[in-house]
Design a protein around this ligand. Sequence first.
Ligand code: NAD
Length: 335
Amino acid sequence: PTAEDRAPAQVRERHAELSAELDDHSYRYYMGKPVISDAEYDTLMRELEGIEERHPSLVTRDSPTQKVGAPISVDFAPIEHLERMQSLDNAFSAEEFEAWVQRVESEAPIDAYLCELKIDGLAVDLVYENGRLVRAATRGDGRVGEDITLNLRTIEDIPVDLDQSARAAPELLEVRGEVFLPGEAFEELNARLADEGKTPFANPRNGAAGSLRQKDPRITATRPLSMLVHGVGAHTGVEFTHQSHVYGLLREWGLPVSDRYRVLTTRQEVADYIDYYTEHRHEPPYEIDGVVIKVDDVSLQRRLGSTSRAPRWAIAYKYPPEEVTTRLADIRVNV
Ligand code: NAD
């Protein structure tokens, strides 16, 4: 029998159905118009992962479990990223998080974790050549994104020219981060849209996606978008030893780095960081959907490597959804 024969027809049908559904939701989500909540999406994804764990023959390269994002729309020119943009693996409980820690610590001598907030925004990629912003793109499917250079240039947080007063910028630097609408800015924008008789956005994330993916950058310029950076892709003319070293240099060059990240050395400290933001989830002036824990040492990051979808050296600890029903109702009336 072929590998496919091992999964019963009923299971294969459910697998195909879930895959199609997830692809469809993914596309809508990246267009800024989801029709289900993130928690519902995550539940469907977990079901698919469960099926694939029991029937590995069903894992194909284009399964939603193996892919990043969604194909890009035809509204923007395609841009191939210099280095692939990935997603993150998730932990939904303390047990899942502990299992991840044990796995990485069994493979590499980890001495510090960098803990930071998982901003619920839009992943973007900025390319700087000799200190000048030359291109900006959405994540797209991780390999090819949408050219949003003109739109990105309207965001005040993002320097067009890096600050080179303390240190020269490298020849090439690909910077990754999150574009978002801070809470207050979101409320103001929605009030303005309502005044103008336009449909308000269901939540800050959709507002950020809708504002960034405008065909006319003059509209994006009127939207109070912010950005925080949290990583690098391709680079030449600079070497990084630690994730925290990356952030130090990005900050020196004038890029917006969060001041809420911490480099922590014990599991207890990491657990305390996760707990703190579980309790103080609304303290940051933007929406977060969890925290991200990264191995700080870049050589250990390399040793741990990545899957087709996500690095093995980082994990998103996702917080449980709040008021799912209210948010769902919001989403349904607003799309
Ligand atoms: P993700 O949102 O779970 O995590 C990966 C992304 O987190 C990265 O690409 C990065 O841009 C971002 N991020 C934010 N802060 C970060 C930080 N400090 N460090 C590193 N990265 C950080 O994964 P995803 O692939 O973007 O999207 C999948 C998730 O999106 C799902 O789990 C679901 O919650 C949601 N989703 C919802 C729907 C829907 O219909 N509601 C559809 C598709 C996806």
